[in-house]
Design a binder for this molecule. Structure first.
Ligand SMILES: [Zn+2]
Length: 252
């Protein structure tokens, strides 16, 4: 009965009973932003939610966890040049996360684990965690799914990995996302500051921070080689991510 872990499908009485036997809750955090011509707007929320479900499936019933409803919007102003993107401001996102965690803490959850699906959310999540340092009871954690497999990315996927790339398309595909296979494109990514501002998760130093639009890096919305994506490569990464996040959740 894997459905047992979904907070959204519980009554308040069931939730009260659940909190007595399980004090860990997982919160997926996504975004609503363009992902090139082959992937839909909900991709980061979809991936974060599917990973959270698979972690719950993996842990249940030996380690009981609860799955909170997903945060569907993130911080994506750099994607606004592409249609369909909806962004929160960074302070709004941080405040939304703080309010969600404070609510969960209020009801008695003492361990809150966010699974993040979007790189642009990192600063807001980090700020929220610091704002929650004095939460009455709950300990709050966050994990970016791709960070759990940084050691394996170069051996599984074609670089650069950045956005709607080989890695993100493969993983989304393996997780059951809608992928418009024939629309996949390859765009290695350009830069207004070559050698210093590089659209890649594994970029050679020295790297410099500045404000950019995704339009500075790509015309299609893709940075990477999405034609190289396969479900098989995605599944290899999915299995590792689920195992490594489950191991952390079990260690709590
Ligand atoms: Zn994404």
């Amino acid at each position: 009965m894997t459905e047992n872990y979904r907070l959204a499908k519980m009554t308040w009485q069931e939730t009260e009973a659940r909190i007595r036997e399980c004090d860990t809750v997982i919160v997926p955090v996504g975004s609503a932003e363009q992902h090139g011509p082959a992937l839909p707007i909900d991709n980061d929320c979809f991936i974060a939610t599917r990973f959270a479900e698979l972690v719950c499936d993996n842990l249940w019933p030996d380690t009981k966890v609860t799955l909170a409803p997903s945060v569907a919007f993130g911080f994506s102003p750099h994607h606004m040049a592409f249609k369909g993107t909806i962004t929160l401001s960074e302070s709004t996102l941080a405040n939304v996360i703080v309010d969600i965690c404070m609510s969960l803490d209020h009801h008695g959850f003492t361990k809150i684990l966010m699974i993040n699906g979007h790189g642009g959310n990192q600063t807001a999540i980090s700020n929220a965690i610091h704002m929650l340092a004095n939460t009455p009871t709950a300990k709050v954690f966050a994990i970016d799914w791709w960070s759990t497999i940084m050691d394996k990315i170069p051996e599984i996927f074609t670089l650069p990995v950045f956005h709607a790339c080989d890695m993100e398309t493969s993983v989304a595909w393996a997780l059951g996302q809608r992928v418009l296979e024939e629309k996949r494109v390859d765009e290695p990514g350009k830069s207004p500051y070559p050698g210093y501002v590089t659209p890649s998760m594994i970029a050679k130093p020295p790297q410099v921070q500045t404000h950019t639009s995704m339009k500075d890096f790509t015309d299609s919305g893709v940075v990477g080689y999405s034609t190289q994506a396969t479900k098989e490569k995605g599944q290899k990464a999915v299995d590792l991510v689920v195992q490594r996040i489950s191991d952390f959740a079990k260690s709590l």
